[in-house]
Design a protein around this ligand. Structure first.
Ligand code: NDP
Length: 332
């Protein structure tokens, strides 16, 4: 029983991002809708049921999650759990015959990414990553300006993303998050450098920032910075922090600079080029992202943000950590 030809999505994990962004976005999508939820918190169920008109038969716990295989209303499972749970819940969804979106970072190890990709292949289903900025007009403009060399060859890309992470959440746990601000927000900077240049980094050096609050950051880095070498002597200087606010992506090319500041928000990006301010109508990034995946499934084409890209980025994050730990340049 499909709703007006739309594919049904089930959100797994009803935390901040699912509640604040993905649920509301699914009221704006054209090719998919919120068909079900999976939660370990029964107290959250009534509000979701009412807001999204979800029938009881489409409401799951982590214990009966696997029985989602018998539910034809659910086409896509969207995993919005802490980072270390993405792999297990994605693989179980594939085993239940569903397509999967995993939030970023796709997993906390490359080996987990490999297991997810293998499970997708075995099930003949698609794996996509929650990379919403590929659907943001400002970030798409960075891709266009950089890859089409509108201002000549790129020389340098700089980017930084950070916020103040309060104590007492899984983001500060190495076990759950796989690392600190690099895993959570640095990944956007890595992505930004790759899609603006259209290139892949070949080597990296990195330095951990000082821990001014060692109690809060006993498990993970408080901040770090890194430097990628891209082909053609293009440099990528990145930083990520849990100790303050930063949000920019700046590209320097032969004929000038183009940049977003802020760069990575859900909306309200501001962009400049040598010719002035960028001007784009705002979109709902998450609605665009989920519609693009639903449409790819309907048309039997590939997600533009597939599991292979998620794995590639986890590989880069791990290389940055290795460079940070060893103090040496790491070839990628
Ligand atoms: P939250 O902590 O707000 O929510 C996580 C949810 O996961 C919880 O509410 C809970 O839902 C469920 N959960 C199950 N087991 C645990 C556990 N042991 N500890 C904590 N939570 C558990 O996190 P976010 O929503 O901020 O982040 C979730 C994922 O989404 C992360 O991977 C993050 O990187 C990603 N994210 C992506 C963003 C983007 O812009 N693409 C933005 C924000 C986050 P329940 O009670 O329903 O079981």
């Amino acid at each position: 029983s499909k709703k007006e030809g739309k594919l049904g999505i089930a959100l797994v994990g009803l935390g901040g991002y699912a509640t604040g962004q993905l649920g509301p976005a699914l009221l704006q999508t054209e090719h998919c809708y919120l068909a079900g939820i999976v939660t370990g918190s029964p107290d959250k169920i009534p509000a979701w049921k009412e807001k999204y008109k979800i029938p009881d038969k489409n409401i799951y716990s982590y214990d009966n999650y696997d029985s989602i295989r018998n539910n034809p209303d659910i086409d896509i499972v969207y995993v919005v759990l802490p980072n270390n749970m993405h792999a297990e819940y994605s693989i179980r969804a594939f085993q239940a015959g569903k397509h999967v979106v995993s939030e970023k970072p796709m997993a906390i190890t490359v080996a987990d990414c490999d297991r997810m990709i293998a499970a997708a292949k075995k099930a003949d289903r698609q794996l996509s990553v929650g990379y919403r900025l590929h659907f943001d007009p400002f970030n798409k403009e960075m891709m266009r300006l950089g890859t089409q060399k509108v201002y000549g060859d790129l020389q340098k890309i700089r980017g930084g993303f950070g916020f103040k992470a309060e104590a007492g959440q899984w983001r500060l746990s190495k076990e759950y998050a796989g690392g600190g601000p690099l895993m959570d927000v640095g990944i956007y900077v890595v992505q930004g450098m790759c899609y603006t240049s259209g290139m892949e980094p070949i080597a990296v050096t990195a330095i951990e920032g000082q821990k001014t609050d060692p109690a809060r950051f006993k498990d993970v880095e408080q901040s770090l910075s890194w430097k990628f070498d891209f082909p053609g002597n293009i440099v990528g200087e990145g930083e990520a922090t849990y100790d303050g606010s930063m949000n920019y992506l700046t590209a320097t090319a032969e004929k000038g600079q183009f940049e977003l500041k802020p760069a990575y928000n859900y909306g309200g990006q501001k962009g400049t080029t040598p010719e002035g301010a960028m001007n784009f109508t705002p979109v709902n990034q998450q609605a665009k992202q989920m519609d693009a995946f639903a449409l790819a499934l309907k048309n039997k084409t590939r997600s533009i943000v597939p599991g292979e890209m998620g794995k590639r980025d986890v590989k880069y994050l791990q290389a940055i950590y290795e460079a940070m730990r060893t103090g040496k340049k790491v070839e990628i």
